[in-house]
Design a protein around this ligand. Structure first.
Ligand code: FEO
Ligand code: CA
Ligand code: CA
Ligand code: CA
Length: 554
């Protein structure tokens, strides 16, 4: 109860902007409560008139009729007096209300792009070996940012609040302890967090950030054997070209990291296991224990569930992996499972190789499970299965998991496909998910670089943001609300408390930029076309989304 990540009761209440009654409401965990009166906005587009954008290959953030956008902050913007800067390739966003018109955002920074940052994309993209200074610049640009934002009381729109003592960076160089003092590869403190893809928000007001493709930074060690490791070692394990100048132990990455956005304190949650996790979505069991769902974004990765031993503490608990065929959660406990005891030497060994442990114990190899979200009304668990060309699955799907009796502690579940990608549905490769309070589902797509608008992916346009309405004439259909610039991915959709604003990351515009004939050539100019500039990732706010009930709120 009193670990350093736990807000005091008073701090927690002030954080929620609510009263003691808020704590008694079981649903507090997920939808941060609305903070009192909100200024009126123009009504959203009536539900019956939602018109899908056509697929677009335009180098811009193109929006469906009626939606407006503004850029809050972009890579390189200074955030505090110490001169720290907003990092590169922003991804997951978490919203933490402070007061009525003031909030903090935690924002992930997944990866660097040397070509766009300092002009040297590295040897894999036609550049040269990176210098120590270039590697350090990149280490400082990953991890996450904590930024304070303010709402205009007249327009209701949010903007970056400028330099502030609450604004901080957690980077690839920040010292972060392993929870409970666990020692991994001889150290109880890791240097930095990286590959921060998606994440989650805990009911006690901390952010979770997931270290997804960690092997691209400091490589990976060959594990205890098995099919996933054979594939893993084929991956470009020094993709970013850091290891010449920065040598960290690969086992220090691949964890879920918990961050207190008020203080910047961070810890790596060893008990949740190590994998290429996309995100970590938290709900509460009736007894107050936290249940965290996550996908391991890997061709053949597992869906995990973690149940904490105690309320408000993710440092101890039980890890499960999903056997989707049989509809059961398999406990990954070394002491209880002879299959795990045979292959791993102890529970830490199981946790270090959570994917292999899951597969060894009978969990289902999934087609790149990415984001997970919980339906706000039905409590069904939705998982984006992005794709798996190895198994002929080009376009992916959304999987729905219904726990037995609606109990997140259940060991059995039913599952079904909610929506499949493809020509008929009009989307391909679903990735991040976000539910609006009324049950509308937003999701983004991630057709990977090099495949966008080519071959089987022709006709799907640039990566986009889709809405699946929960009601009305378009219920259950995927409607394109926004289309990203060339070679970008729209990531991290996150609502403000009043759901009037959707924060969204425009990640890696111009990802395909590389050195051609000795000259760095950009494939996108977003968002700085006016300066003839190079592409730059940025965080945008979208307003006036056509959500269920939006027009009724005022
Ligand atoms: Fe970083 Fe699975 O996307
Ligand atoms: Ca992602
Ligand atoms: Ca999400
Ligand atoms: Ca992705």
């Amino acid at each position: 109860m009193n670990n350093q990540f736990d807000f005091s009761r008073r701090e927690f209440l002030s954080f929620l902007g609510g009263s003691a009654a808020a704590l008694a409401t079981p649903a507090i965990g997920f939808s941060a409560p609305s903070l009192g009166e909100t200024p009126p906005l123009e009504p959203a587009t009536p539900r019956s008139t939602i018109k899908s954008l056509p697929a677009s290959t335009v180098d811009d953030l193109v929006l469906a009729d009626g939606i407006r956008s503004s850029i809050l902050i972009r890579y390189g913007d200074v955030i505090n007096a110490a001169g720290e800067r907003f990092g590169f390739n922003n991804d997951f966003i978490a919203f933490f209300p402070l007061h009525k018109d003031e909030a903090l955002l935690w924002v992930n920074h997944e990866s660097p792009q040397g070509g766009l940052m300092h002009g040297n994309p590295g040897v894999l993209l036609g550049g040269t070996p990176k210098t120590a200074e270039q590697v350090r610049e990149e280490q400082l640009a990953v991890g996450g940012s904590i930024i304070r934002i303010l709402r205009d009381s007249k327009t209701g729109e949010w903007r970056f609040g400028g330099n502030h003592a609450l604004n901080r960076r957690i980077s690839g160089l920040t010292k972060i302890p392993f929870a409970r003092g666990v020692s991994i590869a001889g150290a109880s403190v890791a240097t930095g967090t990286l590959a921060n893809c998606a994440g989650g928000v805990t009911p006690w007001g901390t952010a979770l950030t997931c270290e997804e493709n960690y092997q691209e930074f400091y490589g990976e060690l060959k594990g205890p054997g098995g099919p996933s490791w054979e594939k893993q070692v084929k991956m470009p394990d020094h993709h970013h070209g850091w290891t010449e100048h920065a040598k960290m132990h690969p086992w220090h990455y691949g964890w879920v990291v918990e961050i207190n956005p008020r203080t910047g304190r961070a810890q790596k949650l060893v008990a949740m296991g190590r994998a290429s996790r996309e995100g970590a979505t938290v709900t509460l069991a009736k007894d107050g224990r936290a249940v965290v769902y996550s996908g391991d974004d890997f061709r053949g990765g597992c869906i995990f569930k973690f149940v904490s031993d105690k309320p408000r503490d993710l440092t101890r608990g039980t890890l499960y992996a999903a056997d989707v065929g049989k509809g059961r959660w398999i406990e990954l406990s070394w002491s209880k499972n002879p299959l795990l005891r045979k292959r791993f030497k102890d529970q830490l060994d199981v946790l270090l190789h959570a994917r292999d442990a899951g597969l060894e114990a009978g969990a289902t190899a999934m087609d790149r499970p990415e984001d997970v979200e919980i339906h706000p009304l039905t409590r069904s668990v939705f998982v984006a299965l992005t794709n798996n060309p190895d198994r002929g699955n080009q376009h992916g799907s959304l999987l729905r998991i219904d726990e037995a009796d609606g109990n997140p502690l259940a060991l059995e579940f039913n599952s079904s496909t909610f929506l499949a990608g493809g020509q008929e549905s009009g989307f391909s490769c679903p990735d991040n998910l976000a539910f609006a309070r009324g049950g509308d589902l937003l999701f983004t797509t991630d057709v990977s670089y090099g495949k966008l608008n080519r071959g089987e992916y022709q006709g799907f346009g640039n990566n986009s943001l889709f809405l699946v309405p929960s009601s009305g004439p378009d219920a259950g259909r995927a409607i394109r609300l926004a289309s990203g610039p060339i070679d970008s991915e729209l990531t991290g959709p996150c609502f403000s408390s009043d759901q009037r604003t959707l924060f969204l990351s425009v990640q890696h515009p111009g990802e395909g930029s590389k050195v051609v004939d000795g000259k760095l050539t950009f494939t996108s100019a977003w968002p700085s076309r006016e300066t003839g500039g190079k592409p730059c990732p940025a965080l945008v706010a979208l307003h006036n989304l056509p959500l269920a009930g939006a027009s009724a709120r005022s």
